[in-house]
Ligand binder design. Structure first.
Ligand SMILES: [Zn+2]
Length: 607
């Protein structure tokens, strides 16, 4: 005898057994208890979330002779008949295969006939597949249904159901199950069915199910059939690793393997996109990743190594070919080409390819700042030659003069070969010192035998190119708007444009003090004051670009523009929303006009 599938065997029989759809269940049960059930429902949601099961339970309870508290008894002849699919009161129609107007007319004709039970329930699955004519026929009945008839329309795609139909039914939305709830359920089913499944296999099953109870149980069934171990399923990791390694050969081999296993290129592309989406989410909003913890960790690591730009580009590219594949005589060829383009960057000349190359370059440079791998000596940006002593610094560890390893700035670590290897999960690195700045940082290394007094002048020289980039983005943005004014009672006086700004900066004062201490090796105290210098009208928009290699850029007035326009800093701006302004914003509107119209000049300032 053939065994019943797990999904059918453990299909919910009562509302209380439906998982993760409390909002729907509550609404339906209350309607039944108060005898106010609607005549038309639209159940929408992803596949395998309990739409049809809920519809059947509703049909059962509406015809049950001893329903209690809005639940069917599951024992009376009516309940048993519905469960067996032999009830005259419940009609199921799959709109995907019976989408014509005739099937709908036939159904509607029957609707007006009497039935043995109190209610006649029509369950129309995949209702968005109905033809226009069938939909019109259904609409007519939905407008004035016979009193004993209840329509339950189910769909995975509510947007495709016409607005007129949606307006005549109660729309209930089913959701994918939260991972922990699904895991609980699957473990319970496995235990109840007496299946022995390894923990690893459970994780694989959950990842494969992706929040759908039906898909997860089907996956569990496959695993159980294979002896409870993880079956050799296709892993999309191969593709992701190929993207990361920029190895077209690896990607094509993975594709060939998948096709050999009987995978259709189109669904394969869809699955890769889904996997990429998980990677993307784990970078942007990790809380939205619907994966078991262990798997989520793997995906997060892949995402970090691949980089957002490359992920987005791959998703876009695969999304494009998914559309083309529909009409392509050989969809595999399209996928082949796309994989090569995505792995072999030189083959892609679009902006996305260039962006992801740039991002990779940045990552490599940032990584170079913390790994001990041998690499070429830093290059002096002015001469284009290797910086003096650069090679020597990379081969032998140089003890740092300053005894403050806690707040060591990435730039300051460059020369040490003893630095620990980069951890796998890096925080999104701030676009801090790279390339030329690293050299500046090395050049402006702290004075040996530190402990000498730090003056406003000595700090101004390294403030912009060295210390500012080591600050966290918020502190960097806030403090880049001010400048050192002098010393007062062993403290350094730092001027800021207005009181709000000054108060905000106070929160980060300790961080900045630590950063200065890390550089000079001796403690320093900052006093934040309102800027007394009259020549800094445009100071807040001053750029903090780490590319600035001129230490003088931080001196007052250097960012000043020729304009006499007064712009009071806006007090209402939420500083959290601010980011570093692009360099061109230093220009005043007048300057921009002058740039756009060379030779023009301001005639009348009033008009
Ligand atoms: Zn019953």
């Amino acid at each position: 005898m053939a065994t019943q599938s797990l999904y059918r065997r453990y299909r919910p029989r009562r509302f209380s057994e439906i998982r993760g759809q409390e909002h729907v269940v509550r609404s339906l049960r209350n309607a039944v208890i108060n005898q106010r059930e609607g005549q038309g429902y639209l159940f929408s949601g992803p596949r395998g979330t309990g739409k049809t099961s809920s519809a059947r339970i509703l049909a059962k309870v509406l015809n049950c002779t001893n329903s209690v508290d809005g639940e069917p008894c599951c024992e009376c002849p009516s309940c048993l008949a519905v469960e067996a699919g032999t009830s005259y009161d419940v009609h199921e129609l799959d709109a995907a295969s019976n989408n014509g107007v005739d099937a709908m007319r036939d159904l509607i004709e029957k609707a007006s006939l009497g039935t043995p039970g109190r209610h006649k329930v029509y369950i129309l699955d995949e209702v968005h597949m109905l033809s226009k004519g069938a939909e019109a026929a259904l609409l007519k009945t939905l407008e004035e249904p016979p009193p004993h008839v209840v329509f339950v329309l189910a769909t995975t795609d509510p947007q495709k159901v016409s607005a007129t139909i949606r307006s005549r039914v109660q729309h209930l939305e089913f959701h994918l199950l939260p991972m922990d709830e699904l895991e609980q359920h699957v473990r319970w089913v496995a235990a109840d069915a007496g299946l022995t499944v390894s923990d690893e296999a459970f994780q694989a099953v959950l990842a494969q199910g992706g929040g759908s109870a039906r898909d997860t149980l089907s996956a569990l069934e496959l695993v159980a059939a294979g002896g409870g171990e993880v079956p050799e399923t296709l892993s999309y990791d191969e593709f992701i690793e190929a993207f990361i390694a920029h190895d077209p050969g690896q990607a094509l081999a993975a594709l060939a393997h998948a096709v050999q296993q009987g995978r259709d290129p189109r669904t394969l592309a869809q699955d890769i996109v889904r996997h990429l989406r998980d990677c993307f989410l784990s970078l942007m909003a990790p809380e939205l990743v619907q994966l078991p913890d262990q798997r989520a960790g793997v995906v997060a690591d892949q995402a970090q190594r691949m980089g957002a730009a490359a992920i987005v580009r791959s998703m876009e590219k695969l999304g494009e070919i998914l559309v083309e594949m529909r009409h392509a005589p050989d969809p595999r060829l399209l996928l082949d080409v796309a994989l090569v383009q995505l792995t072999h960057e030189a083959a892609g000349s679009d902006l996305g390819a260039i962006l992801s190359r740039l991002e990779r370059l940045e990552q490599t440079v940032a990584k170079g700042a913390t790994t001990s791998a041998p690499r070429p000596a830093p290059v002096d940006p002015n001469t284009g030659r290797a910086a003096l002593g650069g090679r020597a610094l990379t081969t032998e560890p140089v003890p740092r003069a300053a005894p403050a390893p806690a707040a060591v700035a990435p730039a300051a670590v460059v020369p040490t070969a003893a630095a620990p290897p980069a951890p796998l999960t890096r925080a999104p690195a701030p676009p801090a010192p790279v390339g030329a700045d690293a050299v500046v940082a090395a050049a402006a290394a702290p004075p040996a035998g530190s402990g000498t007094a730090i003056t406003a002048a000595s700090i101004a020289a390294v403030w912009q190119p060295v210390i500012l980039p080591t600050l966290k983005p918020m502190a960097r943005a806030l403090f880049s708007a001010g400048h050192f004014q002098g010393e007062r009672n062993d403290a350094l006086v730092f001027g800021l444009p207005n009181e709000t700004h000054r108060t905000r900066c106070e929160q980060y004062r300790a961080d900045v003090e630590r950063a200065i201490e890390a550089h000079f090796g001796s403690k320093v105290q900052l006093v934040l004051v309102l800027d007394s210098s009259p020549s800094r009208d445009d100071a807040p928009s001053q750029t903090t670009s780490p590319r600035t290699s001129d230490p003088g850029a931080s001196t007052p007035g250097s960012a000043q523009t020729a304009s006499g326009a007064q712009s009071e800093p806006d007090e209402d701006i939420d500083m959290d929303d601010l980011t570093d302004a692009p360099p061109e914003s230093v220009l005043s509107p007048l300057d921009r006009l002058a740039q756009a119209f060379p030779g023009s000049k301001l005639i009348d300032e009033q008009r």
